[in-house]
Design a protein around this ligand. Sequence first.
Ligand code: T5A
Length: 217
Amino acid sequence: MSGFVVLEGGEGVGKSTLIVELSKSFLAMGVKVLTTREPGATSLGKVLRDLLLDPQRKIDKMAELLLFAADRAQHVGEVIRPAINDGALVLCDRYVFSTIAYQGYGRGIDLRKLEFLNSIASSGLLPDLVLLLDLEPEIAIRRVSKRLEEVKKYSRSEVSEADRFENCDMEFHRAVRRGFLNLASEFKDIFVTLDASKSPQVLVSEALALVRERCGL
Ligand code: T5A
């Protein structure tokens, strides 16, 4: 049985951590799982991701929006729809709601334009469930900074500096959080908000129960 589940939230709220644990749990239950993310899940998307996150690059907000849309169109066509058609449970880190929160509430682009573009880029595909990890941005950004410090100390990874979005000011991150919370109250039928200050273990068990119930697993 297939299902399409999206994790959303601001920087450093714990989406990647949760998705890895969810995927492990479902694989152990014998469920066919595909984990994916935006931006950057296809070979075109990887190029777009590097451009979009590069802290040295100046990108006009409309150009930024269109690059995210291009990434999504490729992602839906090449990865998400085929996996759903193949009967997989798709766990996706960010989707159309990030565009509303970041480019709409964060950058100030007209929400109606974003909804129109999202519907084109996603070809109207909406998830069965959205898990919104909600956390005060001050705490979330501290988590990101701590992780960057650890990466700098212990590895030679090239990802050791804050990206274009992590570098945005606190006002931006607060607006993004507001955007996600507004979306959660607008789309009550698919959104569930989780308190991301809880431990990873608690969040995994809460999320697991919600996905199983919604996707009949
Ligand atoms: N974007 C994206 C747009 O502007 N528009 C769009 O349409 C789309 C799709 C993508 C950027 O693009 C923007 C949003 C983003 O800024 P990204 O690198 O994919 O960039 O960014 P994030 O999704 O924000 O990835 P992060 O890795 O920064 O955040 P996560 O995945 O939410 O957090 P995670 O799991 O990596 O955890 C962060 C740290 O916290 C710890 C982890 O160990 C890690 O060190 N942690 C916890 N600590 C305490 N308690 C918990 N429960 C914890 N869970 C994790």
